[in-house]
Design a protein. Sequence first.
Length: 91
Amino acid sequence: MELKWTSKALSDLARLYEFLAPVNKLAAARTVQALTKAPTTLLTNPRIGEQLFEFNPHEVRRILVGHYEMRYEILGSSIYVLRLWHTREDR
C-alpha cells in the first residue's frame, strides 16, 4: 500500500496549524506531527477505519486521531487522505 495526501488534506493541515500556532506554536507543531504520522498505521491495516457508506461506490473511511477526524479512501493499492478537521468544527 502507498499513502498519498490530497491537496485538500494538506490545506486542512496548514489551516489547523495556522489556527493553533498564534496560541501555542509547539502544540500546533505537535498536533500536525501527530496527524501526519497517524495514517501510516493504515498501510498495514487499511480497513481499520469506519466505512462511510454514503460515499459508495467509493471506499471512504474515517479514523479519529485524538479530537480530529481524518477521512481517507482506499483505491487499489493506494490510500488517499482526503480531509481532516477538529471534531468540534461545524462540518
